[in-house]
Design a protein around this ligand. Structure first.
Ligand code: CTP
Ligand code: MG
Length: 238
């Protein structure tokens, strides 16, 4: 397959505070990683999957992938993650065959992201490859984005400096999609300060475009988010 998804699932879930790696925490009875993989496995085109797992849970992760993917599990590789998300993404990218043209990087913690969002990102990267590859040497990256709904202020300490014009702001989600070779080059030269893959890509000279995100693609970070996710699952079942 010319396309791949790297699912980063090696985080410890400190802010969730359950004392177990976050991707292995159940949401309404099913682990986050299982939910994320189930969606990815519904994608119509063959897609290579790399799961970046906590180094001490590799066997458990393999069992879980077999349970979810069955025979399709042969297209799934599991690699141990690193000390931070940046290192985990790099480990995932390193595990991909060079024949992969487009890679999506996805947070296991965004386990309710609809399949349509993966397709939107894949499609937009493919469009960038054909239309814009010559114009932008490093290629075009794609992030799902939603408008910011809060009023946003710039502060110094507790003093408000100004209101930021939110019409020019978006919040970004995953999966974020890129030409694989270009994303690997970007990570090879990156500083660790970037908080997402598109930031790494852009710092290396890449152009990043947005496609519409989805409210259900929110990241489960806190207990409140976990409750919200369980409510979304209940709503879908109703
Ligand atoms: N991640 C990873 N390797 C790390 C850190 C994070 O693969 N060393 C992954 C997480 O598993 C998650 C995604 O990156 O799917 C987003 O990270 P975050 O929401 O911060 O998850 P955690 O780092 O697990 O949570 P916390 O920061 O609260 O500890
Ligand atoms: Mg983290």
């Amino acid at each position: 397959a010319a396309r791949a998804v790297v699912v980063v699932a090696a985080g410890s879930g400190t802010r969730l505070g359950i004392g177990t790696a976050k991707a292995f925490v159940p949401v309404a009875g099913e682990r986050m990683l299982v939910r994320a993989l189930r969606t990815i496995l519904t994608l119509p085109e063959p897609t290579i999957v790399v799961v970046v797992a906590p180094a001490d849970r590799m066997d458990e992760c393999r069992a879980l992938v077999t349970e979810v993917a069955g025979a399709a599990g042969e297209y799934t590789t599991i690699v141990p993650g690193g000390a931070d998300r940046h290192a985990s993404v790099q480990a995932g990218l390193a595990a991909l065959p060079d024949s992969v043209e487009t890679v999506l990087v996805h947070d296991a913690a965004r386990c309710l992201t609809p399949a349509a969002q993966f397709e939107r990102v894949f499609d937009a990267v493919a469009a960038g490859l054909t239309v814009e590859a010559d114009a932008h040497a490093i290629g075009v990256g794609v992030v799902p984005a939603l408008p910011v709904t809060d009023t946003v202020k710039r502060v110094t300490g507790d003093v408000v400096v100004e209101t930021v014009d939110r019409s020019a702001l978006v919040g970004v989600q995953t999966p974020q999609g890129f030409p694989l070779a270009a994303l690997r080059r970007a990570y090879a030269v990156a500083e660790r300060a970037e908080t997402d893959d598109a930031g790494v890509f852009q710092a290396a000279g890449g152009v990043v475009r947005t496609v519409p995100g989805d409210a259900d693609a929110f990241k489960i970070t806190t207990r409140w988010d976990l409750g919200r996710a369980e409510a979304v699952v209940a709503e879908r079942a109703a």
